[in-house]
Design a protein around this ligand. Structure first.
Ligand SMILES: [Zn+2]
Length: 162
């Protein structure tokens, strides 16, 4: 027995069993193979073509379906989405940090290791208030903060940590 996928002249698809291919040819020629939907006797072997096209459609759909950006071919996605989403934000923050840092270093005096002393002098009114920057050890920073002296860590940029 052989099963054929058949299609009638109206485009109805159906399946039918035959003894063999010769039996099908004979029956089809005699008009013994009729469409179960419309009764048309003019039918052809679909030869799995409709099924293949269905599979092709399904394949095409699965290709169109959202894919993880990392798996997307580089041709259709020049910039992987996650990187494109995050990188500009990081770049923006980094730019702002750099601006702040540049502003500080341009407008403040670098007092280096004397920062705790200088900060203390300003805090207690020994010298005039001005912007300064420098370095402070964790203990010094703790002492300054306990004395109520307000200061901020100078932002470091990601590429300077390496
Ligand atoms: Zn039909």
């Amino acid at each position: 027995m052989i099963r054929y996928a058949l299609i009638c002249q109206q485009g109805h698809e159906f399946e039918s069993w035959f003894q063999d291919s010769v039996a099908y040819d004979k029956q089809a020629k005699r008009g013994l193979v009729s469409c179960p939907h419309c009764g048309a006797v003019k039918v052809e072997k679909a030869i799995m073509a409709p099924r293949l096209s269905t599979t092709a459609k399904k394949r095409a759909k699965s290709v169109d379906a959202p894919m993880p950006a990392s798996e997307a071919p580089p041709v259709s996605a020049p910039a992987p989405a996650p990187v494109a989403m995050i990188s500009p934000q990081e770049q923006e923050i980094r730019t702002k940090l750099k601006e702040l840092r540049d502003h500080l270093t341009k407008n403040a005096d670098n007092v280096g290791a004397k920062f705790p002393d200088e900060a203390r002098k300003m805090h207690y009114g020994e010298t005039e208030h001005r912007s300064i920057y420098g370095v402070a050890s964790p203990e010094e920073a703790k002492e300054l903060s306990e004395e109520g002296i307000e200061f901020h860590p100078l932002p470091s940029l990601p590429d300077e940590r390496n």
